[in-house]
Design a protein around this ligand. Structure first.
Ligand code: NDP
Ligand SMILES: O=C1OC[C@@H](O)[C@H](O)[C@H]1O
Length: 362
């Protein structure tokens, strides 16, 4: 592509762990991933507590990068005319109120996963984005990796493993048992399901909901079971089974916060001719293994030149450049579907959050 790249000017809300990866990723030269049509600037970072914290985040994660403003409140950043789009990296239960503020301020919004705590809030954010004529996307970054697209092509177009039979995905991470961590805090939407479970659930949507023969039909049933933490009441280990009768597939999604997942198989996709396995990681896949019955296995690799959040950011920038209002890769309807599934799971496993975290306002 010729001409100057489209430049998207980002503001970051919530200078925490994932925002540090985001700022480092968007500041990488896009050419390192063969991208020349869009590029990113970070123009501001805001902390809800102090401008000093925002400045420290900038100094640590973007040393030597000039022109990034540090704000001590989200409102101040949202009032800044130099900011086109915001990345929201705050705990789950704050996604809804903070994204609402940003959309109402006329900013395009990339909000971390899960989009919200429940489907009602996700639907409301989609309505607010529409009313304000701005772009809204959930940071479902798994969907934007070259490996994810390659697996969809192998399955749907090249039919490498024949007819799809099962999809089983898992993500576990050993969190400290420190009950002050957000993962154990019901006020912040803690537990395995909303933090980790949304990834394996997304794999079901990537491969089953989006299977051409499924015609975008929601799972006919969702069944869940969980083990709950006795102190905080959040789910420590959750298993979900989804039925996709149009394509004759059963998929499973498993998540736990008490141990790290093994790295030999995170996603297993079984077909009538063999299987595709994603080892290593569930969230940011960079390779997959194909095992066809009676043949030697082979590996398809797409190394990631960084953490990998730039793939979703690049597509976000292209969509904003092109005047789109939502993503074709992660449409709002699918973010809402993920939340409808997690609402159903929460009902079955009795995962309750305080009413203040669940509410929809204005
Ligand atoms: N895509 C991915 O791979 C990942 C996504 N995530 C998602 O990102 C979000 C943030 O996670 P993570 O970065 O681990 O969280 P952190 O706790 O590291 O950071 C969250 C930030 O939110 C801000 N914040 C605002 N209000 C509160 C509050 N009441 N309590 C705590 N923090 C608050 C804080 O900054 P301040 O108050 O200064 O503004 C804080 O730095 C989560 O929703 C998670 O699902 C997380 C990890 C990986
Ligand atoms: O999205 C995530 O992926 C990695 C995990 O460690 C983190 O808690 C989670 O939010």
């Amino acid at each position: 592509m010729s001409g100057s790249p489209f430049v998207l000017r980002w503001g970051i809300l919530g200078p925490g762990w994932i925002s540090a990866h985001f700022i480092k990723d968007i500041l990488k030269d896009p050419k390192t991933r063969d991208v020349t049509d869009v590029t990113h600037l970070c123009v501001a970072v805001a902390s809800s507590s102090s401008a000093e914290k925002a400045q420290q985040f900038i100094d640590t994660n973007a040393p030597g990068v000039a022109g990034i403003k540090a704000f001590g409140s989200y409102d101040k950043l949202l009032a800044d005319k130099d900011v086109d789009s915001v990345y929201i990296g705050v705990p789950h239960s704050l996604h809804y109120p903070v994204a609402k503020l940003a959309l109402e301020a006329g900013k395009h919004v990339l909000v971390e996963k899960p989009m919200t705590i429940n489907a009602k809030q996700a639907i409301h954010l989609a309505e607010i984005a529409k009313a304000n004529n701005v772009y809204l996307m959930e940071g479902a970054w798994t969907r934007f990796f070259p490996t994810t697209f390659a697996i969809q092509k192998a399955l749907f177009e090249d039919r490498v493993i024949g007819d799809l039979v099962t999809v089983d995905a898992v993500l576990g991470h050993e969190f400290p048992k420190d009950r002050s961590h957000r993962i154990y805090d019901p006020e912040l939407g803690g537990g395995a399901l909303l933090d980790l479970g949304v990834y394996p659930i997304n794999w079901s949507l990537i491969l089953c909901y989006n299977h051409p023969d499924n015609k975008k039909t929601a799972p006919a049933s969702v069944s869940a079971s969980a083990l709950m933490d006795k102190i905080s009441g959040v789910d420590e280990q959750t298993h979900v089974t989804m039925m996709w009768p149009r394509i004759n597939v059963i998929s499973t999604a498993k998540a736990y916060i008490t141990a790290d997942t093994s790295t030999d198989c995170r996603v297993r996709i079984t077909g009538t001719l063999g299987e595709i396995v994603v080892p290593d990681v569930t969230e940011n896949p960079w390779r997959y293994i194909v095992r066809l019955l009676g043949q030697p296995e082979y590996v398809v690799e797409n190394p990631i030149p960084g953490h990998g959040l730039f793939y979703e950011a690049d597509q976000f920038a292209r969509d904003v450049r092109d005047g789109k209002k939502e993503s074709e890769v992660m449409p709002l309807e699918e973010s809402v579907l993920v939340q409808k599934i997690t609402d159903e799971v929460r009902e079955q496993i009795k995962l309750k959050f305080p009413a203040s975290a669940e509410e929809v306002s204005g």
